[in-house]
Design a protein around this ligand. Structure first.
Ligand code: C2E
Ligand code: MG
Ligand code: MG
Ligand code: MG
Length: 288
């Protein structure tokens, strides 16, 4: 079976061992079973306003805990799901689960303004994405403006139907963020025509922001670009106060990163933020 083929559990699926079609079927079967067995789940990472540390949203990040392989990173299994075509089912599951979770937090009294969900190029390419989003919103009762989809620049640039997709999303009121911004090859002229809401500065530029003058220059350029195009800018991968201070100083007011919270299970997010929101309300009432 799939286990114990050396330290790399996925070696089993290398194309040399069998035809690619067989490999695809195996990966698909494995991931499908993983969903059925509850091995696939979502963690949520807070997005905050830097100054006030207010919660402005969360990003849903998919996780796979396999009994034999342990915790498998999405960096490994999302591309596998993309190659096998299973990403469409996986993506639909993620979208449903993330939207359902918003309703659970609503009911538990935690105000999470926005849910960000990652889409892969295969999902957008397929063309039925807008209908799927509309259906999920209808079934979960989540307000469209509380959902934000994240796509990378390459999704926008390399998908024939991306333009139509982005306009349809905008029409139903769902937000769009460009993920890992700065690492792709977006034509700014093209981007300007799109109803995009958010640019997320890739964390590779944030990492050495205080020491590398090139990264500094890029981050500042993206912040300025966002300003002039009237887009919100969220910095990814903010890990320390120095980075946060730099961002604030240059007009980037939103961030996501370990400084504000790791991706966590929904119950943990509830625990961490209910208290803070409660305190905030009390301060507001007392005027402190
Ligand atoms: P991403 O969308 O750019 O997500 C941000 C990644 O950065 C996450 O990694 C997150 O855990 C990590 N991160 C956040 N803050 C920090 C920080 O302060 N420092 C460092 N070093 N890392 C930080 P993760 O969860 O491993 O996800 C990796 C990528 O996998 C995501 O990058 C996204 O491209 C993809 N992915 C995750 N979930 C999904 C999904 O549901 N669907 C699709 N299509 N892709 C997904
Ligand atoms: Mg993302
Ligand atoms: Mg990103
Ligand atoms: Mg990334």
């Amino acid at each position: 079976q799939a286990k114990s083929r050396g330290r790399n559990g996925f070696q089993f699926y290398s194309p040399e061992m069998d035809g690619e079609g067989v490999e695809r079927l195996r990966v698909e079967a494995l991931l499908r079973r993983a969903i059925e067995r509850g091995e696939i789940f979502l963690h949520y990472q807070p997005q905050v306003e830097i100054g006030s540390q207010r919660l402005i949203g969360v990003e849903a990040l998919v996780r796979w805990h396999n009994p034999e392989l342990g915790l498998v990173s999405p960096v490994r299994f999302v591309p596998m799901a993309e190659d096998s075509g299973f990403i469409n089912q996986l993506g639909e599951w993620v979208l449903f689960e993330a939207c359902r979770q918003m309703r659970r937090w609503d009911e538990a009294g935690l105000a999470v303004p926005k849910m960000a969900v990652n889409l892969s190029v295969r999902q957008v390419e397929r063309g039925a994405m807008t209908a799927q989003v509309a259906q999920v919103l209808a079934e979960t009762g989540l307000a469209p403006r509380r959902l934000q989809l994240e796509v990378t620049e390459s999704v926008i640039m390399n998908t024939g139907d991306a333009l139509a997709f982005v306009h349809q999303l905008h029409a139903i009121g769902v937000g769009l963020a460009i993920d890992d911004f700065g690492t792709g090859y977006s034509s700014l002229a093209y981007l300007k025509q799109l109803p995009v809401d958010v640019l997320k500065i890739d964390r590779s530029f944030i990492k050495d922001i205080a020491v590398d003058s090139n990264d500094e220059a890029i981050a500042i350029a993206i912040i300025q670009l966002g300003k002039s195009m009237n887009l919100a800018v969220i910095a990814e991968g903010v890990e320390n106060e120095e980075q946060a201070a730099f961002l604030l100083r240059h007009g980037c007011t939103r961030a996501q990163g370990y400084l504000y919270g790791q991706p966590v299970a929904p119950g943990e997010l509830l625990e961490q933020w209910t208290e803070r929101q409660h305190e905030r309300h009390q301060h507001a009432r007392r005027g402190t």
